[in-house]
Design a protein around this ligand. Structure first.
Ligand SMILES: *[C@@H]1O[C@H](CO)[C@@H](O)[C@H](O)[C@H]1NC(C)=O
Length: 361
C-alpha cells in the first residue's frame, strides 16, 4: 500500500534519458617545438592542452623557462632537453648541480618535470666529443638530481633509428658496431639501474615508398614475414620497435622500457613528397594512437606499453628547408586542428536509456 493521491493509477512508466559525456582516455604526449614566429604564448598552449585535448605530457627541446613555468599546476608532465652543446660541461659534478639549480629547482615540483633528455640524437649527429661524454653526463646529472632529492625525475637520451645496423627482418636487427658496446650498452645499464626508458624516434615516414605505403600507415597490407620468428608484421611501427627490442636484447637489456620520444607524419610537403598530406597524417597518427593505447604491445613485446610523444604539437614555419619539416604539426598556430584524430576532448556522447517501470498498487 502507498499513499499516492492516485491509488487508481496502476502503472507509472517513467522514461529517463541520460546523456553522459565520457571523455576519451587515451594518454598521449606531444613534442612542443617552438621554431615558428607565429606560435601562441606558452600559457595559452598550456591552457589549451589541459582543457581541450587528451594530451597529458609534453616534451620540449630545451629548458625554456617560459614554457616550464606555464605548465605549473596543469598536471601535464613536462620533459625537458639539455642542448647537445651543454653535454660535455655536465660531466663535471659542480656544473651539473648548477644546471639543476638553474633549470629545475625553481620550477619543480609545481611543474611536473618528468624526464631530462640529455641531448637529441647525439650518436647520429655527433661529434665524437659529445658521444664520448653522453653517458658520463647522464650519470653526473642523475647524481645531482638525487642530491637535491629529485629522484623522481628520470634521465634519458633520445636516439634516431640510425643506431640500428638493420631492422629488416626485426629478428636480425642489431645496433651499429662501435655504438653498441661503446655507448648504448653503458646507457642501457644506467637506464636499467635508474628505471628510466630507452628513448627512440621511429618514423615510418622516412621508411616510406609507394610500394609499402599501407605498411607505413597502419592500413591493410600483405605484411612483412620474418622467417626466423614466423611473425608477419602488419605495420612498420611494430617492425621498428621490435628491431630496437632485438638489438637491446643482444646487449642483454630486453626489459628496459622503450619510450617513443618522437614519431609523426607531415600533413604537407615538397611537391615530390605527395605522401605528405593530411589524409596520410591522420591515418598514421590515429593508427599510432590506437596502437599505443591498446596496450597490445608488439609481436615480440606483447602487452608492453610505450610512453609516446607525437612530433609535433604545431606546424613550425621556421623549420626546414623542406616543406615537410614545417608541416608535422597536429595544430596550426591558431590552435585549429590540421586533421582530426580524436585528440580533442570533444568526447563521445553515449546515449543511455533508462526505462523505469514502477508499479503502484
Ligand atoms: C642479418 O644482418 C646482417 C648485418 O646487417 C646481414 O649481413 C645479413 O645478411 C642479415 N641476415 C638476414 C637473414 O637477413
Amino acid at each position: 500500500m502507498n499513499t499516492s493521491k492516485h491509488p487508481s493509477l496502476h502503472t507509472i512508466v517513467l522514461f529517463l534519458n541520460l546523456f553522459l559525456i565520457v571523455p576519451l582516455t587515451t594518454s598521449i604526449g606531444v613534442n612542443y617545438g617552438t621554431l615558428g614566429d607565429n606560435l601562441p604564448p606558452p600559457s595559452d598552449v598550456a591552457h589549451f592542452l589541459k582543457t581541450r585535448t587528451t594530451i597529458d605530457r609534453i616534451r620540449i627541446f630545451d629548458v625554456n623557462t617560459d614554457i616550464i613555468k606555464a605548465f605549473a599546476d596543469t598536471n601535464i608532465l613536462v620533459s625537458v632537453t639539455v642542448p647537445n652543446g651543454d653535454i660535455p660541461s655536465l660531466t663535471d659534478a659542480r656544473n651539473a648541480r648548477r644546471w639543476v639549480d638553474t633549470n629545475i629547482k625553481p620550477f619543480y615540483p609545481a611543474t611536473k618535470i618528468h624526464y631530462i633528455c640529455v641531448g637529441t640524437e647525439v650518436l647520429h649527429w655527433g661529434p665524437q666529443n659529445l658521444v664520448d661524454n653522453l653517458v658520463p653526463a647522464m650519470k653526473v646529472l642523475h647524481s645531482a638530481l638525487v642530491k637535491e632529492g629529485f629522484d623522481e625525475i628520470k634521465i634519458s637520451s633520445p636516439h634516431s633509428l640510425g643506431i640500428l645496423l638493420s631492422s629488416d627482418p626485426p629478428s636480425n636487427a642489431s645496433f651499429r658496431p662501435g655504438w653498441d658496446v661503446g655507448s648504448l650498452g653503458p646507457m642501457l645499464e644506467f637506464l636499467k639501474e635508474t628505471k628510466a626508458g630507452f628513448m627512440v624516434n621511429p618514423y615510418t615516414y622516412f621508411g616510406y615508398s609507394p610500394a609499402n605505403a599501407n605498411f607505413c600507415l597502419f592500413k591493410p597490407n600483405p605484411g612483412l614475414f620474418d622467417k626466423a620468428t614466423g611473425i608477419t608484421y602488419t605495420n612498420q611501427f611494430d617492425q621498428l620497435m621490435d628491431a630496437v627490442h632485438v638489438s637491446m636484447k643482444k646487449l642483454g637489456y630486453p626489459d628496459v622500457e622503450i619510450v617513443v620520444a618522437e614519431t609523426g607524419w607531415p600533413s604537407g610537403g615538397d611537391p615530390a613528397n605527395v605522401h605528405a598530406n593530411p589524409t596520410n597524417a591522420a591515418a598514421y597518427i590515429s593508427g599510432l594512437m590506437k596502437k599505443v593505447s591498446s596496450g597490445n604491445g608488439t609481436p615480440l613485446m606483447p602487452g608492453r606499453k610505450f610512453e609516446t610523444y607525437i612530433f609535433a604539437l604545431f606546424n613550425e614555419n621556421l623549420k626546414g628547408p623542406s616543406l615537410d619539416e614545417k608541416n608535422f604539426g597536429l595544430f596550426r598556430p591558431d590552435f585549429s586542428p590540421v586533421y582530426n584524430v580524436g585528440i580533442m576532448h570533444a568526447s563521445q556522447v553515449i546515449f543511455l536509456w533508462f526505462d523505469y517501470i514502477e508499479t503502484f498498487r
